[in-house]
Design a protein around this ligand. Structure first.
Ligand code: B1N
Length: 830
């Protein structure tokens, strides 16, 4: 039957409106029960919270699919320029609450569940996190997908469907252990497997030359083929019918796979070999901000790039046959250098498969790509050993050499024979291990290179990419990172969300974040202040309950909840925080009992994962535990000071902790955090920030005012000179005292902490903990003084939320759309 004929038939049978699922309480209950019975295969009369979560999720998914279909049909009809967002990591967290809120049917579902004898919050808690990313970079992508959908942009996300997400952190005797995160064990209702959307991805082999019509063509004869299968994850926008797609690839053995081994009769081994193909997309690498030249990682990168580009080019070809139109219809965003092999791949397709001449192919390629770097250090830039690349992707290496040759020629004509500069800017690094510099490749190709904060752009210009900046200043821009207020306020802090809507007289801030500034006019209203305080108290109570369940520690709601949650890194200086806590403890211990009444009680909360091979970071976690053990069990101290380490920090833990925090700490040594997005989530939730003037904090200062924050520490431009001073930079006595306590075994594990203490010695203290310690303590003291003046604190807290609009990912995406991608909204009509 023709599809038009079928459509008419279906419409005649069901009527147009019946085609959509209904959202009244009865229909929702029926859908949930049907899914429990037919999809989950449990009895509709007996099912538990987890099965309710499954039934509920499948029913939400049905509604997502409706919108997602309509959106894609509409995009196809309109054929706008599309954005393809390529990232090796997406940290989506949970989907249920976010989906029903964005679909606008949360209350209806809560009611339907109630009728069935379940509670929405309890059911939502059953969902595990999708943790297909490490930290800030990956969560940023998730926030940006939410904004792209909400703002109706015709966008697609592309990534890898790792079977093992970021490891689970187990704490045993205060040490971090890693457990695999086999997140698909309990099924994943949010994805749609597309068995028919699959592409062969090729590796290894040789390149041969063939003469076609008098021309010599390079032909890559690959040695191995693996199949990439698509898994689609609909991303609903808020307040719109649009739902866009995040397409994640999984590796499957290919049908073309080594038929010969079947013929040798070694059937079992042939199957075992085939199975190996699946390992490509198995596991997420758990190191952030560092790159190791591992073959499997390179394979992952190319697997992802090749499948995504085949898919993108297939879609382009549906309606176009001239590649000159490619840049008008396609924008390819590469998130850090991880997907940058895409540049060589597009060139390979255009030159080798489409037979375009090199300069036309290069012109097209350089107009479709844009690149965002998240790096602050030259040493952290991704480099691929030439041997590795040449073996795995021989044709791509040739192409990269060719790109470099042409670039070097062009550069010589511009700057002459300055060989130092030429070799610094070359895509190929000569040295002990000859390597390809993926950032140089990306900069040479892309017309726009974005940083992620104002400070970051300055560092790119002055240090990381100085030579390139001098050559092409117009290429370098920045887009301030942002986070979505849907996830980070509406989903995670519903009480604050209602309060904001009540005082602004509208819910429109959920789509138009500028409206948050309207809170400023009510900042001194005692009613708002009282209600604001109440919301915080309720959120603190929820967090306190969580802490007690985790650790058995009872914390006082009157204490200041002081939080540092993020990946554990030396540059993020969790150690500075712990040393500050030791100092506080030491002071209380040495105080007259009568003076203790003046101490502002604190609950210090630290959470974060250390990369499995990062020894010093793991020692910091252990130190936190031994210090906590001592303080929390010291009867002298009581409620004046508590230290809690929250294990297995992830997106859903953040959703619980952030709303319940009073103060949050962002302590990176200035010049080390490209942006930092945690601070933005705290800011939106009205938590005060104690921070160094690094990354996004500098822009936050501009928005909320430095006197509404607690700032400390060396500035970005002071750090290099301070480091020069080396051992002559003397740390203050208080600092030496607390380090000595650790070194001398006051908290035990003396030998174990020796190497950690060594990093703080004069002349070795690279991250300047000693130098910044005094001003850190002053900032902490200022926070204490403010906390005892609740009216002032609440005032600052309201102003923090009111000033957070600039840090919505909606803003970031608008900027990218206008100034980098050149895309327009394409809103599916209701
Ligand atoms: O990207 C975030 C920034 O807010 C942070 O400041 C920055 O540290 C972070 C290799 C990375 N930079 N580089 C990475 C992650 C995974 C990986 O395999 C590098 N992450 C950042 C968002 O802009």
């Amino acid at each position: 039957m023709e599809s038009g004929e079928r459509k008419a038939k279906v419409e005649k049978m069901f009527g147009f409106m019946d085609a959509f699922l209904k959202n009244d309480s009865f229909s929702l209950q029926k859908d949930i029960l049907d899914h429990v019975e037919y999809t989950v295969a449990r009895s509709r009369f007996i099912f538990d919270d987890f099965e309710a979560y499954q039934g509920l999720s499948y029913s939400v998914r049905d509604r997502l699919i409706e919108r997602w279909h309509d959106t894609h049909r509409y995009f196809k009809k309109k054929d706008p320029k599309r954005l393809y967002f390529l990232s090796l990591e997406f940290l989506m967290g949970r989907s249920l609450s976010n989906s029903v809120i964005n679909l606008g049917i949360r209350d209806q579902y809560a009611d339907a569940l109630n009728q069935l004898g379940f509670e929405f919050e309890v059911v939502a808690e059953q969902e595990g996190d999708a943790a297909l990313g490490n930290g800030g970079l990956a969560r940023l992508c998730a926030c940006q997908m939410d904004s792209l959908a909400t703002l109706d942009y015709p966008a697609w996300g592309y990534g890898l469907r790792y079977q093992y997400g970021l490891f689970r952190q187990i704490i045993l005797d205060g040490f971090q252990l890693e457990e695999p995160d086999y997140w698909l064990n309990f099924g994943n209702p949010w994805e749609i497997e597309r068995v028919h959307v699959s592409y062969p991805v090729k590796f290894y082999g040789t390149v041969e030359e063939e003469g076609i019509q008098g021309q010599t063509i390079k032909v890559w004869i690959p040695g191995e083929t693996v199949e990439a299968v698509a898994y689609d994850n609909p991303i609903p926008g808020y307040g719109t019918r649009n739902a866009i797609n995040l397409r994640l690839w999984a590796a499957k053995p290919s049908d073309q796979y080594d038929m010969e081994s079947y013929n040798t009769g070694d059937y079992i081994n042939a199957i075992m070999d085939r199975q190996k193909a699946e390992t490509i997309s198995n596991v997420l690498y758990p190191d952030d901000r560092s790159y190791q030249g591992k073959e499997l990682r390179l394979k992952q990168h190319y697997f992802f790039v090749s499948a995504s580009l085949q898919d993108i080019i297939r879609r382009f070809r549906d309606d176009h046959n001239n590649f000159d139109e490619f840049p008008e219809k396609v924008a390819l965003q590469i998130n850090d250098t991880h997907p940058s092999l895409a540049i060589a791949e597009v060139m390979r397709v255009l030159v080798d498969e489409e037979h375009l001449d090199w300069s036309r192919a290069w012109d097209i390629t350089s107009r479709v790509f844009s690149f965002t770097t998240h790096t602050v250090h030259v040493e952290a830039l991704e480099k691929i050993p030439v041997d590795l690349l040449g073996n795995l992707l021989p044709r791509h290496l040739q192409i990269i050499y060719e790109i470099n040759y042409k670039f070097m020629e062009e550069l010589k004509s511009m700057i002459g024979q300055d060989y130092d500069r030429l070799s610094r800017m070359s895509i190929v690094e000569e040295g002990a291990v000859k390597s390809i510099r993926m950032a140089n490749l990306s900069i040479v190709c892309c017309q726009i290179v974005n940083g992620v904060s104002k400070v970051h752009l300055d560092l790119l210009k002055e240090r990381v990419f100085k030579d390139f900046y001098e050559l092409w200043p117009q290429k370098f821009q920045y887009k301030t990172n942002g986070v979505t207020q849907r996830r980070w306020v509406v989903v995670s802090n519903p009480n604050l969300s209602s309060l904001i809507s009540k005082w602004l007289g509208t819910e429109s801030w959920i789509r138009n974040v500028d409206l948050l500034a309207g809170l400023r006019q009510h900042v001194s209203d005692p009613d708002l202040q009282r209600e604001w305080k109440m919301v915080k108290k309720v959120n603190k109570a929820r967090l306190a309950e969580y802490i007690e369940t985790l650790s058995g520690i009872k914390v006082s709601l009157d204490a200041m909840f002081d939080v540092q949650i993020k990946r554990i890194h030396e540059y993020k200086r969790q150690l500075l925080n712990i040393l500050g806590i030791i100092h506080r403890y030491d002071c209380i211990k040495n105080m007259e009992t009568s003076d203790r009444r003046k101490v502002v009680p604190r609950v210090c909360i630290i959470g974060g994962k250390a990369a499995p091979g990062y020894d010093i970071a793991k020692k910091i976690i252990k130190l936190c535990h031994v210090v906590a053990e001592k303080i929390n069990n010291d009867a002298d101290i009581g409620d004046l000071l508590k230290l809690v380490f929250i294990p297995d920090y992830n997106v859903s833990v953040a959703e619980l902790v952030i709303p319940g925090s009073d103060l949050s700490q962002h302590l990176s040594t200035a010049g080390h955090e490209a942006s930092g997005t945690g601070s933005m989530k705290f800011l939106m939730n009205g938590c005060l920030l104690l921070a160094t003037a690094d990354g996004a904090i500098v822009e936050i200062m501009e928005e909320v005012g430095a006197d509404n924050m607690f700032l400390f520490g060396a500035k970005v431009n002071e750090v290099p000179a301070l480091r020069e001073k080396g051992a002559s930079l003397k740390a203050p006595l208080q600092f030496l005292r607390v380090v000595r306590m650790v070194r001398d075994g006051y908290f035990g594990f003396k030998d174990y902490f020796k190497s950690l203490c060594d990093t703080l010695e004069d002349g070795k203290d690279f991250y300047l903990l000693g130098y910044d310690f005094a001003s850190y303590l002053e900032a902490q003291a200022a926070a204490d003084r403010t906390f005892v003046d609740p009216e002032k604190w609440i005032h600052m807290s309201i102003l923090s939320t009111a000033g957070s609009g600039k840090f919505s990912s909606d803003k970031t995406i608008e900027e990218y759309a206008k100034h980098t991608w050149g895309i327009e909204p394409c809103k599916c009509p209701f």
